[in-house]
Design a protein. Structure first.
Length: 142
């Protein structure tokens, strides 16, 4: 039990797990920001440009809603059923959300890869054999 606890503690305290947890939290928050941007800023402008449509309301109705119907004695003759529809406007909005998040992730990964490539390599000094050869050459001159 002690071994398992130390193993979990060692794993949890590694930087990768903490970095991943932070990435999940930041990703969730970023997703909410993008959704708010698309629903509250992008969609109204797009709707205005397309003639005043609201994407969130666009749907293909497969079966209309039925309200409950009772006869004169109060017995239910028709049971209520909700509308059955394909809400394609909501799907388009979610696709726009995904494209924005994917593009930002692409830019972040591209920037990180560029930073990794730009790290200056530590210049390797001369090998010990070269240093010894220089010392020997200097000693022969004297």
């Amino acid at each position: 039990m002690v071994f398992l606890r130390s193993l979990i503690k060692e794993f949890a305290l590694k930087g990768n797990l903490v970095d991943m947890a932070i990435a999940f939290v930041m990703g969730g928050a970023f997703g909410k920001v993008v959704t708010a941007f698309v629903e509250r800023c992008f969609a109204p402008i797009t709707g205005m440009l397309l003639g005043g449509i609201n994407l969130a309301e666009k749907k293909l109705i497969l079966k209309g809603a039925v309200t409950e119907i009772k006869d004169a004695s109060g017995v239910i003759t028709t049971v209520a059923s909700p509308e059955l529809a394909i809400e394609w406007g909501v799907f388009i909005t979610a696709c726009i959300d995904f494209i924005i998040v994917a593009f930002v992730m692409f830019l972040i990964i591209k920037a990180m890869n560029r930073m990794k490539k730009e790290e200056p390599a530590i210049a390797a000094g001369p090998s010990s054999e070269a240093l010894l050869a220089d010392i020997l050459a200097e000693m022969k001159k004297k």
